[in-house]
Design a protein around this ligand. Structure first.
Ligand SMILES: Cc1cc2nc3c(=O)[nH]c(=O)nc-3n(C[C@H](O)[C@H](O)[C@H](O)COP(=O)(O)OP(=O)(O)OC[C@H]3O[C@@H](n4cnc5c(N)ncnc54)[C@H](O)[C@@H]3O)c2cc1C
Length: 488
C-alpha cells in the first residue's frame, strides 16, 4: 500500500495551502482531488482579506496574486462602506481576485514543492487505527497515512464519515450565482430589496456578466438551470436581460454551520469542511487558508516527532472560536442585506455607527482578519496576536519580519543587545535573529503598544512569547510550542 505521512482529501484553497505548509516542513504529503486538474469551472469566491494576503506574504508569494487582483480599501457594509485604508498593515485592503485565478496561482506554487497530487480521484471512505488511517480511493488502490485531513468542502465526506457533528443554522434564503452573456445592457452594480442583495458585474472579457441574485424562495438542492436564473432575474429587475450562453450556474445559501470538533483522533478538518456560511463579506476562502496555516506547522511537528499528538488540540482551541466569531459576523452582514422598510431603519442606524471611528476600526479588524487574538494567557498585547511586518535592520542588511518567515520556521527575534539570547537546545528548530527596529509597534484596533525587546514568532506568524528586557518564561514558551530541549 502506498504510504504518505499525511493525506489531504480535497485540493481546493484549504487543501493546497495545507499541502504547501506540510511540504515546507518536510512532511511527506499527498493531495487527493476529485477534479481532473486544478481548473475550476466558474469564478466562485471573489477574493481574500488583509490577513490572508499577509499569510501569503509570509511565504513570499503575495506578489503572485497582487498584479492579478483589484485593491478595495472600502467594502460594502449595510448602507455604507467600511473604510479599511488606515489599517496598520502593508495590505490595508480586500484583494478582489476570483477563485479560479487564486487556485491557478496556488497550484503553480505547490507544483514547485514536493507535494504528490492524485487528480481525478475521490476519497470514498477511511478506517483509522492506533497508528494511522487507511484511505479508500475511487480508483481502487488505497493509501495509508499517519493523518488524514478533510479539506473536501462543505459537503465533506471526511466530516460525515468521522461522525463529527455539524451544528448551526439552516438556510433562510438562497442565491443563484452565474456567468452568462446578456443581449440587453443591464444596470451594473448592487441592488438591495426585501429579499436581499443582487449584483451584476461585467467581467474582464467585457462580454460575460457575473450574476448574483437572491431567489424569492429557497431553491431546491438540485442543479439550477438557465430558466431558474431567468425567473429570479425577472422577479428582481422585471427582465432577464436576454441571458444566454451560461458557462456556469450554481446556487448557495445562508446555511451557517461549524464542526463541533476539528479533530477525531487521526482525522482533522479544515476549510469549508469545518464551517460553511453565507459569503457576505467574502470570508470563506480566507478562513480555509488560515485554518491550513494554523494546522500545518502543528501537524508537521507531531509527524516529525517534535510535539505529542495532543498538541493538535491547540488547532481546534484556536481556530474554532476565531471562526465562530466570523460566522456571527457573516450572519449579521447577511441580515443587513434584507432591506424592507423596517430593516432599512436598522440598516441606517447600524451604518451610522459603522461610520464612527471606534466601531469602524473594530469592524475593519474583523473583516480584515487582522484582529485575531489567540488566548495564550496574560501579558503584552502582542501575545497571541500576529506579528506586524516591520522593517528590521539585521547583520544581513534590511529585512522585513515576513521575509524571515518564508521557510515557515519558528523565529526568535532579539531586538535588544546583540548576542543576548542563547537557545542552543532549540537551535535545530528555532531561528535566532539579532535585529534592530526604531519605529512604533502599532497593532490593528489596539493602536500603538510598548516596544518589546524580543518576540518569539510561530511559523503561522502569531507571537508565542514577548520579551520585556528579561528572558523570563522563554524556555517554557519554547518547550510548549516547539518541543523539549535537545540534550547537549
Ligand atoms: C457556488 C459557490 C459560490 C461561492 N461564492 C463565494 C463568494 O462569492 N465569496 C466567498 O468568499 N466565498 C464563496 N464561496 C465559498 C468559497 O468558494 C469557499 O469558502 C472556498 O472554496 C473554501 O475552500 P476549501 O478548500 O475549504 O473548499 P473547496 O473550495 O470546496 O474545495 C474542496 C475540494 O475538495 C474536492 N473534493 C470534494 N470531495 C472530495 C472527495 N471525496 N475526494 C477528493 N476530493 C474531493 C473538491 O473537488 C474541491 O476541489 C462560494 C462557494 C460556492 C460553492
Amino acid at each position: 500500500m502506498t504510504e504518505h505521512a499525511v493525506v489531504i482529501a480535497g485540493g481546493g484553497p484549504a487543501g493546497m495551502m495545507l499541502a504547501a505548509e506540510l511540504a515546507l516542513a518536510k512532511v511527506g504529503v499527498a493531495v487527493v482531488e476529485r477534479r481532473p486538474d486544478h481548473v475550476l469551472v466558474g469564478s466562485r469566491a471573489g477574493g481574500f482579506n488583509s490577513r490572508t494576503i499577509e499569510v501569503f506574504d509570509q511565504r513570499g508569494i503575495a506578489d503572485r496574486f497582487l498584479p492579478e487582483g483589484q485593491v478595495h480599501q472600502a467594502m460594502p457594509f449595510g448602507a455604507t462602506v467600511l473604510d479599511m485604508s488606515d489599517l496598520p498593515t502593508r495590505h490595508p485592503y480586500f484583494l478582489g481576485i476570483f477563485q479560479n485565478q487564486i487556485e491557478r496561482i496556488m497550484a503553480a506554487w505547490i507544483a514547485e514543492l514536493p507535494v504528490r497530487i492524485y487528480y481525478g480521484c475521490e476519497v470514498t471512505g477511511f478506517a483509522q487505527d492506533d497508528t494511522g488511517v487507511d484511505v479508500r480511493l475511487s480508483d481502487g488502490a488505497p493509501l495509508r497515512a499517519r493523518y488524514l485531513v478533510g479539506c473536501d468542502g462543505g459537503r465533506s465526506l471526511i466530516r460525515k464519515a468521522a461522525g463529527i457533528e455539524f451544528p448551526g443554522w439552516d438556510a433562510t434564503r438562497s442565491n443563484l450565482i452565474a456567468e452568462v452573456e446578456m443581449s440587453e445592457e443591464p444596470e451594473f452594480g448592487l441592488r438591495h430589496d426585501a429579499a436581499g442583495v443582487h449584483g451584476l458585474h461585467l467581467m474582464e472579457d467585457g462580454r460575460t456578466v457575473r450574476v448574483v441574485v437572491t431567489e424569492q424562495q429557497i431553491g431546491p438542492s438540485s442543479e439550477p438551470t438557465l430558466r431558474d436564473l431567468s425567473e429570479a432575474l425577472i422577479a428582481v429587475y422585471g427582465t432577464d436581460f436576454g441571458i444566454h450562453d451560461a458557462t456556469w450556474i450554481s446556487r448557495f445559501t445562508d446555511m451557517t454551520r461549524q464542526a463541533a470538533a476539528y479533530r477525531d483522533r487521526r482525522v482533522l478538518l479544515a476549510g469549508d469542511a469545518a464551517h460553511v456560511h453565507y459569503p457576505a463579506g467574502g470570508q470563506g476562502l480566507s478562513l480555509g487558508v488560515q485554518d491550513a496555516v494554523n494546522l500545518g506547522w502543528k501537524l508537521a511537528q507531531v509527524v516529525n516527532g517534535i510535539s505529542p499528538e495532543r498538541f493538535l488540540d491547540t488547532y481546534h482551541a484556536e481556530r474554532h472560536p476565531v471562526v465562530a466569531r466570523v460566522l456571527q459576523h457573516t450572519m449579521a452582514l447577511g441580515a443587513l442585506q434584507r432591506q424592507d422598510e423596517r430593516m432599512k431603519a436598522l440598516v441606517d442606524l447600524v451604518s451610522e455607527l459603522a461610520g464612527m471611528d471606534e466601531p469602524r476600526k473594530r469592524l475593519a479588524g474583523i473583516r480584515s482578519g487582522l484582529d485575531i487574538h489567540h488566548d495564550l494567557g496574560e501579558g503584552h498585547p502582542l501575545l497571541g496576536r500576529r506579528a506586524p511586518d516591520l522593517d528590521l535592520i539585521t547583520a544581513a542588511g534590511p529585512l522585513r519580519i515576513f521575509q524571515l518567515l518564508h521557510d515557515a520556521r519558528p523565529l526568535l527575534l532579539n531586538l535588544g543587545q546583540p548576542g543576548d539570547f542563547e537557545i542552543t537546545p532549540w537551535a535545530d528548530r528555532v531561528r535566532l535573529i539579532d535585529a534592530s527596529y526604531e519605529g512604533e509597534w502599532e497593532l490593528p484596533v489596539l493602536g500603538v503598544v510598548s516596544a518589546p525587546t524580543a518576540v518569539l514568532i510561530r511559523p503561522d506568524g502569531y507571537v508565542a512569547w514577548v520579551g520585556d528586557g528579561t528572558h523570563l518564561g522563554l524556555p517554557d514558551a519554547l518547550a510548549t510550542w516547539f518541543g523539549p530541549p535537545t540534550a547537549a
